[in-house]
Design a protein around this ligand. Sequence first.
Ligand code: 5GP
Length: 175
Amino acid sequence: MATNVTTMIDSDRIAQRVRELGAEITRDYAGRNLVLVCVLKGSFVFTSDLARHIDLPMRVEFLGVRSYGEGTKSSGVVQITHDLTQPVEGDHVLIVEDIVDTGLTIAHLLDLLRTRKPASVKVCALLHKPARTRIQVPVDYLGFTIEDKFVVGYGLDWAERYRNLPFIGLVESSS
Ligand code: 5GP
């Protein structure tokens, strides 16, 4: 199934980094009401691994988003397809995102979540492609900085495929 995908970040490196991020978050949020907000669909794998490395009482919420764009390009216009199930007023919200590309999606989600009056909102992203930044957003916890390549696996898709790969990979162009 995955024969045309080459590995960019293998599962051992991901697991190691996720453990480190979990430990950092555990330290930083000790004694606070932490709510992880998993941005669907791409962050479902990252969030489930990260959550198991956070040694604190916490909640998990899911935010379904669909971003409109041409093909693989984000327009920053984000439709909420599934909203949080409980209020986050007064809570410390940590948005868990698969990848920050142009930054437009995270900028929109930060604006949206701030209207819910949380005590704080921060961002944890597995991947960041700084070469494509269109709007600067704070990425408070970052897994890996990558070059400007379209990646799949570990939750990330290409036309809904490849989300189940245990590593981050590049789809080889057949042309
Ligand atoms: P942004 O609004 O930062 O440009 O885009 C963020 C969203 O675009 C991500 O949550 C992800 O869904 C999608 N995206 C951006 N770059 C990639 C990529 O390299 N691979 C995949 N599969 N999705 C990407």
